[in-house]
Design a binder for this molecule. Structure first.
Ligand code: LLP
Length: 412
């Protein structure tokens, strides 16, 4: 819900220029109603299944206000650290709706999660299964688990965010599961009720999902015939969004026709773990144009926000649209760069854009997922503010970090 109205960029019913006067720059801006719309859309996609847990991948954006929205919409949490669990619970979430993924769960995290009574651990290795079993035994508990399977299906996405092919560090290969089935069955303090997968992020094609679920179906049948009692399938997240407005997003029609129908036939409980889909398009990074400089025929727009605030372009060659808050008639081609002392600190090369001048503001669109949550203090830059828009109202959901807050845990 960020778009132009009479050449002025609006978020919901708000002229974003007004927000720069209130909150300074740079800051993240989110559209509340866009997030709600995405949640409700996905709920509808899964509505034909009987027993579904939609567990938001908290890593995508973990602001308490956003987590509270998830809780209010009945959304669970997929977490990868105890910190994420505690944030979800702090936002009002019920621990019984938390699934704990991640390859390196520590003893302390496992113990605390058992005490919190989370729904399930998504186990990523055989040694982890043994460790969870031992800790559960000490606590005299029997805990529910899923084995995260590496189904060896290529998700056709960026190599740094593909997770479900052999050679990734994630999950357990099918062969390893079969070879260790007796060991897994002998672990009395864990109950393996589910098999899970997450084959990659930012998928636009729904077909790899379908192929991976077919692999999972065969594996579930196989392990059940070996004496397991798998009653749930966790299909992970990965639903892609339209970063480039000339491209299409995730093919939900195909997903519904193929994957949802297949899941219906399988007649299991279903978990899914969307992260990016819920928040990416709702968020924009608003930045001020500090300078426009011209060198050897190139025009650089130098912004006050950088790769420490939004690292995805530097890290994954990500594409994000950049819209000036005021669209002028003439256009030019620019390199949009940040202030960080790294050549990789840029947001776009040679991008056609309506003319911008020093003192203008621009919005980097679709920055709501893995934006603020991956930001850092690199170059001693305080973490920036987060602001929520709701129709014609706006409010701060995270204050800009001060210099003192940035250095307070350091010892001199
Ligand atoms: N479940 C598991 C086990 C995951 O590892 C992930 C993401 C998700 C769910 C959520 O995936 P999503 O629906 O957001 O695609 N920082 C990268 C993305 C890393 C994703 C890691 N795992 C980026 O900015 O593109």
């Amino acid at each position: 819900m960020i778009g132009y109205k009479n050449n002025i960029l609006m978020c919901e019913d708000i002229d974003i220029r007004e927000l720069t006067k209130v909150y300074g720059s740079p800051f993240y801006l989110y559209s509340k109603n866009d997030i709600l719309q995405k949640i409700r859309f996905l709920k509808d996609i899964f509505s034909s299944l009987d027993d579904v847990l939609i567990a938001y991948a908290v890593k995508a954006e973990n602001n308490l206000s956003i987590l509270k929205m998830m809780v209010e919409e009945g959304i669970g949490a997929d977490v990868v650290s105890i910190g994420e669990s505690l944030k979800y619970i702090k936002a009002g979430g019920d621990a019984r709706n938390i699934v704990f993924s991640g390859v390196a769960k520590t003893e302390e995290e496992i113990k605390k999660s058992i005490e919190l009574n989370i729904k399930r651990f998504n186990i990523e290795s055989i040694p982890e299964a043994v460790r969870i079993n031992n800790i559960a035994k000490e606590l005299k508990k029997r805990v529910k688990c899923s084995i995260r399977v590496n189904p060896n299906v290529d998700a056709h996405t960026h190599e740094k965010i593909t997770t479900g092919v052999n050679g990734n560090k994630f999950g357990v290969c099918i062969k390893t599961i079969i070879e260790n089935s007796n060991l897994l069955k002998s672990l009395d303090n864990i109950e393996i009720e589910s098999l899970s997968m997450h084959i990659g992020s930012q998928m636009t094609d729904a077909e790899p999902f379908y192929r991976a679920i077919l692999v999972m179906r065969d594996l579930i049948n196989e392990v059940n015939s070996m004496g397991f009692n798998i009653t749930d399938i966790d299909i992970g997240g990965g639903y892609g969004v339209r970063y480039n407005k000339d491209h299409s997003g995730f093919d939900f029609d195909k997903f519904k026709n193929e994957s949802i129908n297949l899941l219906k036939e399988m007649n299991l409980k279903v978990t899914t773990e969307p992260g990016r889909y819920f928040v990416a398009e709702s968020g924009a990074l608003i930045m001020r144009v500090e300078y426009v400089k011209e060198e050897l025929g190139r025009k650089y727009v130098i912004l006050d926000g950088g790769m420490n605030d939004y690292v995805r372009v530097a890290m994954y060659d990500a594409y994000n649209e950049i819209y000036p808050l005021v669209k002028r008639e003439s256009v030019s081609n620019y390199d949009f760069v940040g202030p960080i002392c790294e050549s990789s600190d840029f947001f776009a090369y040679d991008r056609e854009c309506s003319v911008v001048e020093e003192g203008d503001y621009v919005a980097l669109l679709d920055a709501g997922a893995y934006g603020f949550s991956m930001s850092s203090n690199y170059n001693s830059r305080p973490l920036i503010a987060q602001v929520m828009a709701d129709k014609d109202k706006h409010y701060i959901i995270r204050k800009r970090q001060t210099f003192n807050e940035m250095i307070e845990s350091e010892i001199i």
